[in-house]
Write a protein that binds this ligand. Structure first.
Ligand code: SF4
Length: 394
């Protein structure tokens, strides 16, 4: 009744928005674009462009392929993107609008490239939408000569300072980030993603399938490591990638520095109780990180589960000798109920937990959507500084 997950269209829109010169055009009623745009612009603190055909009552009875055709011409003329991605919504999927026929008819009369993705909300979750969109983008990639020491980051949602910091770390290792699927990438970068000699899945839930498809189509092997959040996970993440390329691990000083800076906070943080509410990738890495610091994760709530999530989480729980309540793809009420019962000192979650935080007077640190750096060694230090500050301000 109160799922923490959302619809396939949401995931598809997120994938398209990560491409700087692409635009999503939703063939659907007003609400689909408005609510997704509203949420994503609040979360990212920046303007977000999501276009819609604005289907009305007549359109959902008699079809609106003409309206879609006109909208595509308008997007080309008024916005001039390099790629238009037409996404169906529940309404256009249910009435079976023939998007492929419309695209075929006008493809040669517009400048941008154009593809379509079935993204009716009832067809799956945001993870399905994201995975399917990446697979549609893989169809645009060429098989080509591999560049030396070049990597694609696959299913990397966070752009901004977090991605910038990660790029700096790869720069120190002299490993080239060829393409980030999809964050701050361009259509050209996506087409050339086949030049990378390694893919790294950055999302436990939505990264592995696209990596497998690229392995089959483009012969690119892939790694699926715990996200580089926290010192140990960052160390293991970068070392595995260095091993693959047979390059020297040049982040040793950063690692030692981060450990010594974090050490100063450990006495204060030791024994503090934490509830972690996140997607599988972040939840796993954060559980490991806070446990290493002597904090006590009482609750680990996984918004969605990836293919290896539970096994990996169980290994981390065993390694750290902890015993948190684990909620798998929970209802919002379950999260509310357990946090109220367990009364942690801190919630590591997202904007969705603001209401719980305020009502129960438990501080919240937004590890999901904020602009803070959370990945790599610098991210580990920033995370701990922020956690300490939030707890101390309480
Ligand atoms: S569930 Fe359907 S109607 Fe609701 S936002 Fe998603 S696509 Fe639109």
């Amino acid at each position: 009744m109160e799922p923490q997950r959302t619809c396939k269209l949401f995931g598809a829109v997120r994938a398209v928005l990560g491409i700087k010169d692409a635009l999503p055009l939703i063939h659907g009623p007003l609400g689909c674009s408005y609510h997704i745009r509203y949420l994503l612009s609040v979360r990212s603190n920046k303007p977000v462009k999501i276009l819609t055909t604005g289907m009305n009552q007549t359109d959902v009875v008699f079809g609106a392929e003409d309206k879609l055709e006109n909208a595509i011409f308008r997007v080309d003329k008024e916005y001039s993107p390099n790629l238009i991605v037409v996404l169906t919504s529940c309404a256009s999927s249910i009435i079976g609008e023939d998007i492929g026929r419309v695209i075929k008819k006008i493809r040669n009369n517009i400048k941008p490239e154009i593809i379509n993705i079935n993204a009716g909300g009832f067809e799956g979750t945001q993870i399905d939408g994201y995975e399917e969109s990446l697979c549609a983008l893989i169809d645009l990639m060429y098989k080509s000569e591999f560049k030396k020491d070049a990597v694609n980051l696959v299913s990397q949602f966070r752009g901004g300072p977090d991605l910038g910091n990660l790029k700096d770390d790869f720069g120190k290792l002299k490993i080239d980030i060829n393409c980030v699927l999809t964050s701050n990438s361009t259509l050209e970068m996506i087409k050339n993603a086949g030049q990378a000699s390694l893919n790294v899945s950055m999302c436990e839930a939505s990264g592995i399938l696209p990596c497998k498809v690229m392995q089959d189509k483009l012969d690119i092997p892939f790694l699926n490591e715990i996200a580089p959040i926290g010192v140990s996970s960052s160390s293991s993440f970068f070392r595995k990638i260095c091993d693959f390329f047979n390059v020297k691990y040049k982040l040793k000083d950063d690692e030692v520095n981060a450990r010594s800076k974090i050490e100063k906070y450990s006495e204060y943080l030791k024994g503090k109780k934490v509830a972690i509410v996140a997607g599988s990738t972040r939840a796993i890495a954060l559980t490991d990180f806070v446990s290493e610091l002597g904090m006590k994760p009482l609750l680990v709530s996984l918004d969605f589960e990836g293919r290896n999530t539970i096994n990996t989480l169980e290994e981390i729980i065993k390694k750290n000798g902890i015993n948190p309540v684990i909620l798998k793809e929970p209802e919002y009420y379950d999260i509310y109920k357990y946090i109220k019962e367990l009364m942690p000192d801190l919630i590591l979650g997202g904007l969705g937990e603001i209401g719980i935080s305020r009502e129960m007077n438990i501080p919240l640190f937004d590890v999901m959507h904020a602009q803070e750096i959370t990945m790599g060694f610098r991210g580990a230090v920033e995370l701990i500084k922020n956690i300490k500050k939030i707890l101390a301000d309480q």
